[in-house]
Design a protein. Structure first.
Length: 475
């Protein structure tokens, strides 16, 4: 039996969110670490998780805890990889002898980048089996790890990258995330997504059929694998009954990609009377009336669509594989069925012109969904856009992510990427204008006022308005 410590590095709200969002943003559990812990425990190992976002434990304290463990694992998004590197440094200069293993989307895209910065092992892609085999090999004092797929590590004369790890199938082999190791009372969904707290998070599948150029798909790929209907239903009820969820946020890249699966899950939730609201994310081309009605009848009150742009040229250039007319008809169908919508829109996409940014705002207003997020485009490691931006010289600093913590992309003080022909000032002005024009137009204000039915509604509306005002105040 090995003792394994799994860590999200400590990050303060100031580093993650812009001014106004701090009080209204979500704090979502690190489900990836939860699954790995559950998988290791299923095989007899002992685990502890430190979630440094929910509870930013000082680095020195993490070091004191880590001395008692055989293996330390750290998760890494590109946005906070700088803190991961600082943590590794602190562990290595402290009294911690355990090998440090890093996993997550950043190292899956750029595995060497953490090995040259102090990590002992990097797990590429889906982590459960690779971590289990590594922990067990380390316990046997092995020095040859070449048979463990999905791994990269240092040797005397360079790096070894082992063969690709095959996806876990069926997915039910992975138990539910070890939520008992997580500070569940700290988690919440954003006020935009959930009107009731606690709102707890869930994932029912891995992989997305989309091939969008801005999205990092390296971890789970384009083939979707799902947990079984029984398992999914069990997890919904566990969130309600064990953790008191009054709302459930389903974070799958594309919850609705299989009609039979969705309809079956929904029928079960309805029949077994889940009785809490829940929300999903979906691709525009993966819904139809039958799916939407099943969702609504099972208590799904919110669906988030990646719409991205009001310019067909831009939609095509980012490989979104949807048309504006498809978007119009799905939005109208969803409205007709009676599910509230959020549209995710992006601005500042490579080659985008000012006129195309205006088209996005006009399109958002035409669609008139309940919530619109306007995110400034960011080239993320592991995406086609990242490679393209590096080649084109428009994002000339491959060291960017190693030198700073990047806050959320919804209200950044500075854009990370500016399309040719635009200045930073112009892009930020158009971005601010989009939020102001979308949310402070008379029809939206009337709709929001008409929707106020309780004190809780008033509090959420006021918090939303303060978030918007706070975010743009001193830009
Ligand atoms: C839920 C979610 C969020 C939540 C927060 C999640 C969290 N707790 O950190 C919210 C909504 C707040 C969020 C925000 C953002 N997110 Co987000 N988010 C997701 C989403 C949809 C699911 C994450 C998840 O739980 N996955 C399920 C688990 C099973 O996967 P996993 O975490 O990758 O873990 C597996 C492997 O990576 C590996 N692994 C991971 N860690 C470790 C550690 C060890 C030791 C080992 C061995 C293995 C291992 O094994 C795990 C199990 O197989 C993913 C997309 C996705 N499908 O994963 C995007 C994703 C993680 N987000 C992303 C981004 C860019 C952001 C934002 C920057 C976007 C923004 N608009 O501002 C912010 C920044 C957040 C931050 N904290 O810095 C990117 C990250 C890309 C990158 N290069 O880093 C992703 C991958 C989306 C994408 N496809 O591009 N996000």
């Amino acid at each position: 039996m090995s003792r394994v410590l799994l860590i999200v590095p400590p990050l303060q709200p100031d580093e993650l969110y812009s001014r106004g969002s701090k009080s209204s943003a979500s704090i979502i559990p690190p489900l990836g670490l939860g699954y790995i812990a559950a998988y290791l425990m299923k095989h007899g190992h002992e685990c502890r998780i430190i979630d440094g976002i929910a509870t930013p434990v000082p680095m020195e304290e993490i070091c004191e805890i880590a001395v008692a463990y055989d293996v330390v694992g750290v998760t890494a998004l590109s946005t906070y990889v700088k803190r991961v590197i600082e943590l590794i440094h602190t562990l290595k200069t402290g009294a911690v002898e355990a090998p440090v293993v890093v996993g997550g989307p950043h190292v899956t895209a750029l595995p060497e980048s953490l090995l040259i910065r102090g990590a002992d092992f990097v797990v590429i892609g889906e982590g459960e089996d690779t971590m289990l085999e590594l922990v067990e090999a380390l316990a046997k004092n092995t020095s040859d790890f070449s048979a463990i797929r999905g791994l990269m590590y240092r040797t005397g004369n360079g790096f070894v990258k082992t063969d690709r790890r095959l996806p876990i199938d069926p997915l039910d082999q992975v138990p539910m995330p070890a939520r008992e190791l997580l500070p569940m009372s700290k988690y919440c969904s954003s006020i935009a997504r959930a009107s009731e707290q606690p709102s707890h998070s869930l994932m029912v599948s891995r992989g997305c059929p989309g091939v969008c150029t801005f999205c990092n798909k390296r971890t789970f790929g384009v083939k979707t694998r799902r947990f079984s209907v029984d398992r999914v239903v069990e997890e919904f009820f566990a969130l309600r009954d064990i953790y008191g969820a009054k709302d459930i946020a389903v974070w799958d890249d594309n919850f609705t990609s299989d009609e039979n699966f969705v309809v079956e899950v929904c029928q079960r939730l309805r029949k077994e009377d889940l009785g809490v609201s829940w929300s999903v994310e979906a691709r525009i081309d993966c819904v139809n009336r039958k799916i939407l009605e099943a969702l609504r009848n099972a208590g799904c009150t919110y669906i988030a669509y990646g719409i991205e742009s009001g310019s067909q040229r831009i939609l095509d250039s980012i490989n979104k594989r949807i048309t504006k007319s498809q978007i119009r008809s799905v939005v109208s169908l969803t409205r007709d069925v009676g599910i509230a919508m959020r549209g995710y829109f992006m601005m500042g996409i490579p080659t985008e012109t000012k006129d195309e940014i205006r088209q996005t705002l006009d399109f958002a207003i035409e669609l008139d969904v309940e919530l619109a997020s306007f995110t400034l485009f960011v080239p993320l490691p592991g995406t086609t856009e990242y490679q393209r931006a590096l080649r084109s010289g428009t994002f000339p600093d491959p060291e960017y992510y190693f030198n700073r913590i990047v806050p959320e992309f919804n209200f950044p003080d500075r854009p990370l990427y500016i399309p040719e022909g635009m200045t930073e000032k112009q892009l930020l002005k158009m971005h601010r204008h989009a939020y102001n024009r979308y949310y402070f137009r008379p029809s939206m204000l009337i709709r929001k006022l008409a929707g106020l039915r309780s004190f809780a509604d008033i509090r959420i509306a006021a918090q939303g308005a303060l978030t918007l005002i706070g975010n743009f105040k001193s830009r």
